[in-house]
Ligand binder design. Structure first.
Ligand code: FES
Ligand SMILES: [Fe+2]
Length: 453
């Protein structure tokens, strides 16, 4: 029987059909193992560099039972500390009610319980009646615990394990594949978060494959059918579309559609802008809407695509927004998005990106904090000021609501008697198997098992 098969030992074997048992999604024991072995020893995306531009700016980041303070120190470097007071364990910086995280600027962090005070280097600078300890309160006993922190792609990454290996090495090959897209130059257009009744992996897996598009987003099928792939990339994975013959990879990525390509491009762009508000920009939409006026009837699809992208690039350049130039072959290999292990998805393009993240909600395997953020290139200093908005599922863009409806239903379904585990599509959903393959290596439980015929 399939579910009795052997655990997959090498990533290549993920191309074979596998089954992933329910425990990874619903067991409290599994969630606890994740806290101890995954969340406390892996690099996690915790914010954007532009969230803390000035000395003293800080944000907090909560992950399972842990909380981290990320701040810009006096020398301009970024530091991260455990958000807990060494005295008697009060969380140092509270998350304001209803907010995703705390954010502000501080010269000193003063504990609200007995007033111990810490500078931006995490050193304790004030202890009331310190003499009472007879001199044993060494710097080591009173400083804030250090958390490893790094920057890549304009994101701030933390690792609770202060002896973590280099961030860059951890992110490969994703970092090298995504560098040409210059994600660090993008700024947020919107960012929303919500608490869902599903495991964090159920949430991530709702967005890491294109196999669900016909079933969940049937409207998109009008814009043409493309075959999507998923690939294991070491710890990480990526997805993309196979380009139809004769079309540029960029066009496959943007799913140009069928019929008069001038009109279908505009329809697709307007639909995406209005119903997803991601994966495109105002410039791309506006230029798509001019195609029927500016190009003769009968212009072949590849030419429409080329004219559209070249014109949009020029329109943006005129307002000081310069898209990086990426080699088409590199674009093809990079696909449409990357799943950075364990819980970050980056849907990249030369002028915008869409990121999803999901984290456990405390120690409850049936709940998660889900976040979506859309970025694009703006003219210098014209980026809007955004913050995380708690947004009820019904107030997200309609296309995302379609995905959300699956998430809680999957969590419920997985608890059904006799459900024997997930059987992801070996070609289109290999990213699901890849996540569990890597997770099992980290926590020593679960993992995809080969379905033996
Ligand atoms: S717990 Fe922080 S000063 Fe006492
Ligand atoms: Fe979707």
């Amino acid at each position: 029987m399939g579910e009795m098969g052997k655990v997959v030992e090498v990533a290549d074997e993920l191309a074979q059909p596998v089954v992933i048992g329910p425990d990874a999604y619903i067991s409290a024991e599994f969630a606890k193992a994740e806290r101890d072995k995954l969340w406390r020893s892996h690099w996690l995306q915790a914010g954007r560099t532009e969230d803390i531009p000035n000395v003293g700016d800080y944000i907090t980041y909560d992950i399972a039972d842990d909380s981290v303070i990320i701040t810009r120190a006096d020398d301009g470097t970024i530091r991260a500390f455990h958000n807990v007071c060494p005295h008697r364990g009060r969380k140092l910086i509270d998350t304001p009610a209803g907010q995703r995280n705390a954010r502000g600027n501080k010269t000193n962090i003063v504990c609200g319980f007995h007033g111990w005070t810490f500078n931006r280097e995490g050193k304790c600078t004030f202890i009331e009646h310190q003499d009472d300890w007879n001199g044993v309160l060494t710097e080591d006993r009173t400083s804030l615990g250090k958390v490893a922190v790094g920057e890549w792609g304009g994101f701030l990454w933390v690792n609770i394990d202060s002896n973590a290996g280099p961030l860059r090495e951890y992110l490969e090959p994703a970092a090298t594949m995504l560098d040409p897209f210059k994600l660090e130059n993008m700024r947020c257009r919107w960012r929303k978060w919500v608490i869902f009744e599903c495991n964090w992996k159920v949430a991530m897996e709702a967005f890491c494959e294109t196999y669900h598009v016909p079933g969940t987003h049937p409207e998109f099928m009008e814009f043409g059918q493309f075959r999507g792939w998923g690939r294991n990339q070491g710890k990480h994975s990526n997805i993309g579309y196979d380009a139809p013959k004769g079309q540029e990879e960029d066009a496959a990525k943007l799913r140009l559609g069928t019929g008069d390509p001038r009109l279908s491009t505009a329809e697709m762009q307007n639909f995406t802008w209005e119903n997803a508000n991601t994966n495109t920009t105002r410039t791309l939409v506006d230029v798509a809407n001019r195609l029927a006026d500016e190009l003769p009837e009968g212009t072949p699809a590849p030419d429409v695509s080329k004219y559209w992208l070249t014109t949009a690039r020029a329109v943006d350049e005129a307002r000081g927004v310069v898209w990086p130039v990426v080699d088409p072959q590199h674009t093809a290999q990079s696909g449409t998005s990357w799943q950075i292990f364990p819980n970050q998805q980056i849907g990249h393009a030369v002028n915008n990106m869409l990121c999803y993240q999901a984290r456990p909600y405390g120690d409850n395997p049936d709940m998660c904090i889900f976040e979506g953020a859309v970025y694009e290139l703006y003219p210098e200093s014209e980026a809007p000021a955004t913050d995380w908005e708690y947004t009820k599922p019904e107030d997200w863009p309609p296309v995302l609501q379609q995905d959300f409806q699956n998430m809680t239903a999957v969590q419920k379904g997985m608890k059904n008697a006799h459900w024997r585990g997930a059987q992801p599509n070996p070609y289109m959903e290999r990213t699901v198997a890849s996540l569990h393959y890597n997770l099992a290596k980290v926590i020593g439980m679960g993992g995809p098992k080969k379905i033996e015929s």
